[in-house]
Design a protein around this ligand. Structure first.
Ligand code: ZN
Length: 106
């Protein structure tokens, strides 16, 4: 059996952290600090390899995604003849489009 790093406070083991990326308690941060830093670097390297402000890019992408989702939902509502829902969605889409324009994405 190999030695495994374990949080003394809550009993979370390194292998369970590596599997779930979930920490049991604040003390885990200290216990697994080196591993957390390493895994964050990996995640960032994969996810945010473009752009200088990954946070902003992430939010903008989320908004764009939501916009596309609403358009699709409106289409579905139109096909189903749910006109009330269509009207609601149209308003949401307009609001979101405003926000996207304000952020210079559209
Ligand atoms: Zn812990």
């Amino acid at each position: 059996m190999t030695y495994e790093k374990t949080c003394k406070h809550c009993g979370t083991t390194l292998s369970s952290f590596m599997r779930t990326y979930m920490l049991g308690c604040p003390n885990c941060y200290q216990t697994f600090n080196a591993e957390i830093v390493t895994s964050l670097k990996k995640v960032q390297g994969r996810t945010f390899h473009v752009g200088k402000a990954p946070k902003v890019v992430g939010i903008n992408r989320e908004l764009m995604h939501e916009y596309e989702r609403l358009l699709k939902e409106k289409e579905d509502a139109a096909l189903d003849g749910r006109f009330k829902r269509m009207k609601e969605l149209s308003q949401e889409i307009l609001d979101l489009a405003e926000e996207l324009k304000r952020r210079g994405i559209m």
